[in-house]
Design a protein around this ligand. Sequence first.
Ligand code: SF4
Length: 393
Amino acid sequence: MVVVNTCGFIDAAKEESIAALLEAVDFAHARGARVAAVGCLVERYRAELAAELPEVDLWCGLDTATLLAALREAGGGGEGAEGHGAAVPVPRRPRPVTSYLKISDGCDRRCAYCAIPLIKGDYETVAAAEVLRSARAALAAGAKELVLVGQDTSRWAQPGWGGLERLLAELKALAPAPLWLRLLYLQPDGVDEGLLEAISRHAVPYVDVPLQHASGAVLRRMKRRGDGADHLDMLARVRAALPGVAVRSTFIAGFPGESDEEFDELLAFVREAGLAAAGVFPYDAQEGTPAATLPEQVPAVLAGARAAELGGAIDDVAGRFWQALAGRPLDVLVERGAGADGVAVGRCALQAPDIDGRTFVRGAKVRRGQVVHAVASGSVGYDVEADAGRREP
Ligand code: SF4
């Protein structure tokens, strides 16, 4: 059975999910296998999709019980197949050097443009015991880096047990210990002194904080808080607590009513904020969200042009961040061992998996999963070049 995990967040993700489903159908049916569609897009549009794509064999959405029953049937059942996704053996090659740990799901914030609460519902914490169990399994399987994710990670706490500080400390104390802990999707108002202290003690100096805009008026219309000055104040606190930190963000260009002046505010903010990376999205109205019915929708062409201009400004600023690393020592987690050209590819602690640039290390005979101590020699865009020194198993 081929399982396709779909996304229903924005139109581009919906189109990509449908293309992946069609590709999976061709691949699977040619081999006598079936296709199961899971995830958010299915959860939201199951009936419409089933009518449009009858060649997909199973529609599961977020209902893991149906998927697990189908997998048991496809795989002939077996020991430990009850109750949880991790119990279904899925061979993974090569062994992952990074593992994502979901620490919460859903969101209570209700930003005006966002469909996630409509799909996932209210914020729900994953229990500490479950996070630690998943972490132990990932580390035992060879993961060196654990990446904590959720829609609103800075809010994580378990009444009577503790908050992120304790969770990070307990994850760091596991044996074998993770090389790196990384937190993604920290909402700006959750970035307080306690969280920064916890990151500085236990996690990599990496802060992923979706800011979305810098104009206070646009942020109010988005049903979000703060403005550019608040963002800069938060970034100053982040840099004081985590010297050398890489800050990633996301922005939306062309939100309904965004004037030329408001967009210029966002551009000016980005030029001042010293970000290491950011995702930029042209506003894309999502069915059922309050922003979709706001007056003064910005034409798609203009939103796209603004997004491109903002992306260019971020490339310039971020390029300077990565260039400034030259001469600095870096630990690089190797994701592809050195080939015939003697160059290994991995990431330093300032680069998150799957979304940031990579680090190319010359002069090291290293394998995937090893850590090499290197010195940065330069950068190309978001990628870092480095020369190898000592390595660790
Ligand atoms: S905080 Fe993120 S997930 Fe929650 S509503 Fe806003 S954009 Fe959506």
